[in-house]
Design a protein around this ligand. Structure first.
Ligand SMILES: [Zn+2]
Ligand SMILES: [Zn+2]
Length: 252
């Protein structure tokens, strides 16, 4: 009887979820990513401290208890809007947002595990580039209207929304990791961050649900309301057509 052996299993890049592509930022972009990553915690804490002080003076500090869930929900909603827009409109060639926004999301569907190879700067740098000017503007707002409880509450919510948004790619990466850390698994189980099985529904047919990727709290509501389909229909009325995107079938 002839000896038999199992042939080695060779996974193609797409089957494994990794592209093997290594992209590098330009020196200027890299400078922006690093500098804003350093500045983000500074402006975030300044905003939160200043807003809390105003609320404390006005004996409205309890409003922070409301600002925390609102800020997290705001971040989840923002992640859904950006993700849906990048999945649905434009192409990698679209000026400005094509290479920096559309391409990463489209590539993510083909190679979902690439995100697991990204470091801190790659995961959060682009979001910090946008978050730091926003939080600088809110500091200016606090300076302009120093005694306003409404402004202080708005700034507290905004600061927490930006923090949730900056953290989103980390939570998204954890959802794709084969062996996330203990703390990540606990946060996923408690649904404080994006739960993998919930997110994987986005990566399966018909690829048009669960766009929110901070913790996904809003996904059941937005799915039920057909929020994004209605938004697409509304935009179609004003002549904005969805892109013809080929749905990927890669594993996650
Ligand atoms: Zn997507
Ligand atoms: Zn994903």
């Amino acid at each position: 009887m002839a000896a038999s052996f199992d042939p080695p299993i060779i996974k193609s890049d797409q089957a494994s979820g990794y592209s093997g592509i290594q992209e590098r930022s330009t020196p200027f972009h890299s400078f922006l990513e690093h500098s804003t990553l350093f500045l983000f915690p500074v402006v975030f804490l300044l905003n939160l401290h200043w807003a809390s002080s105003v609320l404390y003076e006005l004996e409205l500090l309890w409003l922070l208890l409301l600002a925390v869930p609102l800020g997290i929900i705001g971040g989840d909603f923002l992640s859904g809007i950006v993700h849906w827009a990048a999945d649905t409109y434009g192409s990698e060639e679209t000026p400005l947002i094509g290479p920096s926004l559309v391409r990463p999301f489209r590539l993510h569907h083909l190679y979902p595990r690439d995100i697991c190879t990204h470091g801190l700067v790659e995961l959060t740098g682009n979001v910090c580039i946008l978050a730091v000017p926003v939080l600088s503007a809110s500091l200016y707002l606090l300076w302009l209207l120093p005694g306003s409880g409404l402004v202080a509450f708005f700034v507290a919510c905004l600061s927490l929304t930006t923090a949730a948004t900056v953290a989103t790619n980390h939570f998204h990466m954890w959802a794709h990791q084969e062996s996330p850390s203990r703390i990540a698994r606990w946060l996923q189980r408690t649904r404080l961050v994006l739960e993998p099985n919930h997110h994987h529904e986005h990566h399966t047919q018909p690829f048009n649900m669960n766009y929110c990727i901070t913790n996904g709290w809003l996904n059941p509501v937005l799915n039920r309301l057909k929020f994004f389909r209605r938004l697409e229909a509304t935009l179609r009325l004003v002549g904005v057509e969805t892109a013809k995107v080929k749905n990927p079938t890669a594993k996650y």
